[in-house]
Design a protein around this ligand. Structure first.
Ligand SMILES: *Cc1c(COP(=O)(O)O)cnc(C)c1O
Length: 428
């Protein structure tokens, strides 16, 4: 990490200070109920809705807890979970590296001040343009690592004169995760098939500085069952690492889960760390991890206002100004997000089954269906919890809806709201 990096200030308080905070002082998960309703209402009044509100101090706390659980590991934040510049800077100040899924993410990480040698580029079926750009930045002095998942990616790097750091991504044949769409460990798309890993290492070693073995099981490892499946994955990775030998590090990917429901216990990070240590015991290589979700999920909420209330046969429908274009996870992964009314009188209201629905012409554009919530009224401000990971990043402009703004809890504008003019800016 560069020493001269200026800490981001978040309302006067340095994020670096928060990173130094004792991880024991920060809860394992920040629940939606823990956010200050008055503060969020003020921010919504000032910046309008739909609106992401991101607590940069919470990002630093999450990094600090990871560091405490994995004191000797190389920790690289999976940038794709949330690429806001201020988030990247907070992660960098907390001493983590960056794992990037595209040239665009590599650019963002370098621009946010990550040293090249703290940047990994995981090249999944990398387009020519991405390889060209990343090799050019390497030639310019960014000593990054490229993680390759196919032998012919090595050929494409040779053609470009790249002989820098390479890590080989293996497909261990088992995956884990909260939804079939995020279980990558066994999907043929990702990584070199286990039985070909040794051969790929042998071919790479003369031409590159081969530093690591990588595998990623999937996203959202959370309960005991997941951890058991994860152990199986880790054991296979350990076998592969033993076979290829002579490695700087073994990267077991990301996938550390967070509880999305209030009645779910937080993940026991120490139990995950112990399982990893046990399964990789005896390997003469450093451990590397690249969590995304865990770093940012509970560091943001999405604020939205009720614009229409309608009685339907079995429920009330609260039409809100945020939709699947602002938060795709419920539509894409059937993901659950807690929803809280921020209205001061909501505690006195009766509860009723409420469907919270967005403004997009898609039946999947609902955040919940028939969920017990205080009876909504037009103008109410609602908050959706745990949206810091894969929230803003998956936002789109479908239905010609401009993307929302993103503001820090301290009130600093992180990402401007898109305008209608922005929607047509690229049209010719
Ligand atoms: C998405 C991804 C991660 C991060 O996964 P999380 O579930 O957010 O921790 C890490 N590594 C790779 C290769 C990924 O694709």
């Amino acid at each position: 990490m560069s020493d001269d990096a200026t800490p981001v200030t978040d309302g006067g308080e340095s994020v670096a200070d928060a990173a130094d905070a004792d991880p024991e002082d920060s809860p394992a998960i920040r629940r939606l109920a823990d956010w200050d309703a008055d503060r969020l209402s003020d921010i919504a009044d000032e910046h309008d809705t739909p609106l992401y509100v991101t607590d940069l101090d919470r990002v630093a706390e999450n990094c600090a807890r990871l560091r405490a659980a994995f004191p000797d590991a190389d920790l690289r934040y999976a940038v794709k979970a949330n690429t806001a510049r201020a988030v990247l800077e907070a992660v960098r100040d907390a001493g983590l590296g960056a794992e990037c899924a595209s040239a665009g993410e590599v650019r963002r990480a370098l621009d946010a001040g990550f040293d090249g040698d703290d940047v990994d580029y995981t090249a999944v079926n990398p387009p020519e343009r991405d390889l060209d750009a990343v090799v050019e930045w390497w030639e310019d002095g960014a000593d990054l690592t490229i993680t390759v998942g196919a032998a012919d990616t090595l050929d494409r790097l040779r053609e470009r004169g790249y002989d820098g750091r390479v890590c080989v991504r293996a497909n261990p044949g088992v995956g884990a995760g909260h939804h079939e769409k995020v279980r990558t460990g066994g999907a043929a798309k990702f990584g070199v098939p286990a039985e070909r890993v040794a051969e790929v290492f042998a071919s790479a070693r003369p031409d590159f500085d081969v530093v690591g073995l990588h595998a990623h099981a999937g996203s959202g490892i959370h309960g005991d069952e997941d951890l058991a499946a994860h152990r199986e994955f880790l054991a296979r990775v350990a076998d592969l690492a033993g076979d290829v030998g002579d490695l700087e590090y073994v990267n077991v990917g990301g996938g550390i889960g967070v509880p999305y429901r209030d009645d779910e216990e937080p993940l026991d990070l120490d139990a995950v760390a112990a399982a990893i240590r046990e399964e990789l015991d005896g390997l003469d290589a450093r451990l590397a991890l690249e969590p995304g979700r865990y770093v940012v999920a509970d560091a943001a909420v999405l604020l939205t206002r009720v614009n229409t209330v309608k009685g339907a046969p079995n429920e009330l429908v609260a039409g809100v100004d945020a939709g699947m274009t602002d938060l795709l996870r419920p539509a894409m992964y059937d993901a659950f997000h807690e929803i809280r009314s921020l209205e001061p009188d909501s505690v006195d209201r009766e509860e009723a089954p409420v469907t919270v629905a967005g403004p997009i012409c898609e039946s999947g554009d609902t955040f919940c269906e028939g969920r017990p919530l205080p009876v909504p009224e037009r103008g109410d401000l609602l908050a959706l919890g745990n949206v810091g990971a894969y929230g803003y990043e998956m936002a789109s402009t479908y239905n010609s809806r401009p993307r929302p703004a993103d503001v820090s809890l301290a009130g600093e504008l992180l990402r401007e709201r898109e305008s209608l003019a922005d929607l047509t800016r690229l049209e010719r």
